[in-house]
Design a protein around this ligand. Sequence first.
Ligand code: GLY
Ligand code: MN
Ligand code: MN
Length: 436
Amino acid sequence: MADPLATLQQQHLQALERHYVETLAALGYDGVLIYSGRPALHFGDDQYASFCSYGHFQHWTGQAGLAHSWLLIRPGRRPVCYLHAPDDFWHLPAQLPDEAWTERLEVIPGRYDEAPPIAAGGRLAVVGDVSAATSAALGAELNPAALLTALDEGRVRKSDYEVACLGEANRMAGLGHRAAREAFLAGGSELDVHLAYLQASRQRESELPYGNIVGSGAHAAVLHYQHYDTQAPRERYSLLVDAGHRHRGYCADITRTWAGADAEPLFGDLVAGMHDIKQRLVEAVAPGVDFVELHERMHCLLGELLVASGLVTGSAETAVESGITRAFCPHGLGHLLGIQVHDVAGRRASDGTALPPPAQHPALRLTRELEAGMAVTIEPGLYVIPMLLEPLTSGPAGRHLNRASIERLAPHGGIRIEDNVVVTANSARNLTADIE
Ligand code: GLY
Ligand code: MN
Ligand code: MN
């Protein structure tokens, strides 16, 4: 089938070539060689870990699984892809997709366990997981910081092509989430839900942009819970699914939480309240918005929800100022999204200046002002995490915690609702369709 995104991808590559030409000229390089990377071998074994190619390699090709391959970008010359596709009867050699980049770039198939032979001349940089010996043999500078910062910055504002890919990743992930919900309501275990997600979203586990988080009951309070129980729980309190999809390199990152048959009414009310908070925050996304302020707004809304639900007494302001909301939600409101699920340059201004997160919010991965073209996640959460709540109980904030309600909530774990949003010229577009 012909490439349905061909025109958009051509435009994307044109803009990418311009950005590389300008960046290399500004930093005084005659070319850059980009390495896709190689899978790690388990120590003392002949089995490989799963692999994901370097983000800057994917920026040109969208190929997350292409190992040992290289791109050579030189101003005024056609970009070259050295495609690692050796004759091999153990494995199927790499196949090129029917996409516009394969025409625009000069593709030279071969065996590239070592770097391709590059004609000497000029100042060359090499970027990626490359050894110092390889870099020295090439006569190239290895991962120069100023170049990496500039190339990262070139990934922050997404082209129309990239937004289309993010949209398709969201569509496929949405199919997975609907199937996950059905598997949960039908009585499935965490593993059953995970497998239903993979099946409906048409992906194998090693292709996921991150390991699916499928937490039932108290497991939903473990932010990056990494196991899948094979047995369904006896009590069906809740399920949290944080799972994505990758389309031509671009990631979806979506979370939904559902109440089970044994859930307390309080939990159902909190899930509805969290959908409402997510929606209000999505509607606040626009160019010029400071993401740190939006994160702080999430804490104000969480404070209001905690007080309205009776989990916390006193005022919403006190819940924020005393650190109660941070104990219920220790992660950030969201992050940049793209070729990496936690995409690059979230904590740097466009001129490269570091923008560290505020001391009270160390996990916040995005501290920039929003600009048109940025893709971000909006993912408010609320969890019962004993190791964070217990220290509060003995301090001045303790009298505001309704321990009986918190104990009733604890077996449900927690709630996160996460959508993917692209900033437009005046406001924002939500790429994540309604999923109940
Ligand atoms: N799935 C990881 C995150 O939401 O950031
Ligand atoms: Mn997520
Ligand atoms: Mn996320």
